[in-house]
Design a protein around this ligand. Structure first.
Ligand SMILES: Nc1ncnc2c1ncn2[C@@H]1O[C@H](COP(=O)(O)OP(=O)(O)O)[C@@H](O)[C@H]1O
Ligand SMILES: [Mg+2]
Length: 249
């Protein structure tokens, strides 16, 4: 699965929207791969992982959520990266009440699953700071939360901390149906990928596939023609022009 690099101003943001503009095709392609993998409807809880920090997990999961929402799938993104929670920022909402309040207080799922400005996409933030993540993940309440979200949404997308830095994946893998593994171009090393994937598999995770982010041809050893992307831009442009009656004859 490939994720195309976005234009500079939009890097690291939610770029998917209903206009299907150039730059978001990679996320739609990822969405279609997920739909294909989930043909039997048994992969609803997807854990997004990577080896180390800043490989594009949060950016990818948020764009994937919007892309799924646009085709009518009900999606919830759950921020489980308690040390560096960023999902709320992507959706322009405050952290407010989230996982911490659900676990420690008597908040209901309705209280913590907040709607976003994107159709069919809700977010569960991390809430107040959580210092002991294992306490959360091994609790019956957390397991009940994931089961209830699974009932309510078509896809439950879990944004997680990196495998080689935090051991939360061990607990989360027991509750997820599959792992989407993010690999950042010219950053993640082969050794890191091998080690992280080995760790995930050792703990029973079902690795569905990998997403290659931040591809930069200038940093690549191998020259890759951008012919496809150029063609894709023309194709999208033509469609838009036709829709507004501006197509060349
Ligand atoms: N596809 C991409 N291309 C280039 N930079 C990206 C891309 N996705 C994310 N980034 C940038 O990389 C940094 C880390 O992204 P983020 O999604 O927060 O990663 P993670 O959740 O793995 O820590 C951010 O500064 C973000 O703007
Ligand atoms: Mg993140």
């Amino acid at each position: 699965m490939f994720k195309k690099r976005s234009s500079t101003a939009e890097i690291g943001k939610i770029v998917v929207d209903s206009t299907y503009k150039t730059g978001s095709e990679g996320y739609d392609r990822l969405r279609d791969n997920i739909l294909f993998l989930n043909a039997d409807g048994d992969k609803k809880v997807i854990q997004v992982e990577s080896s180390v920090a800043s490989e594009g997990k949060t950016t990818t999961i948020c764009n994937l959520a919007v892309s799924l929402g646009l085709i009518g799938k009900k999606v919830v993104v759950v921020d489980l990266d308690f040390r560096r929670p960023k999902v709320h920022r992507q959706f322009g909402i405050t952290k407010g009440e989230g996982i911490a309040e659900y676990i420690l207080e008597t908040k209901s799922i309705e209280d913590i699953a907040k709607p976003t400005k994107y159709e069919n996409v809700a977010v569960v933030t991390s809430g107040a700071e959580i210092h002991n993540s294992s306490f959360v993940f091994i609790s019956e309440k957390f397991k009940a939360l994931i089961s209830a979200l699974k009932e309510k949404y078509d896809y439950v997308l879990l944004d997680c901390p990196p495998v080689l830095l935090v051991s939360d994946y061990i607990h989360i893998a027991k509750l997820s149906d599959g792992v989407l593994f993010i690999v950042a171009h010219a950053k993640t090393t082969r050794g890191q990928v091998n080690e992280a994937v080995k760790e995930l598999k050792k703990n029973g995770a079902n690795v569905l596939g990998a997403v290659f982010t931040m591809y930069d041809s200038k940093k690549s050893k191998y020259y890759r023609s951008s012919n496809y992307n150029t063609k894709a831009s023309r194709y999208y442009k033509k469609e838009n022009e036709e829709a507004t009656g501006e197509a060349d004859n």
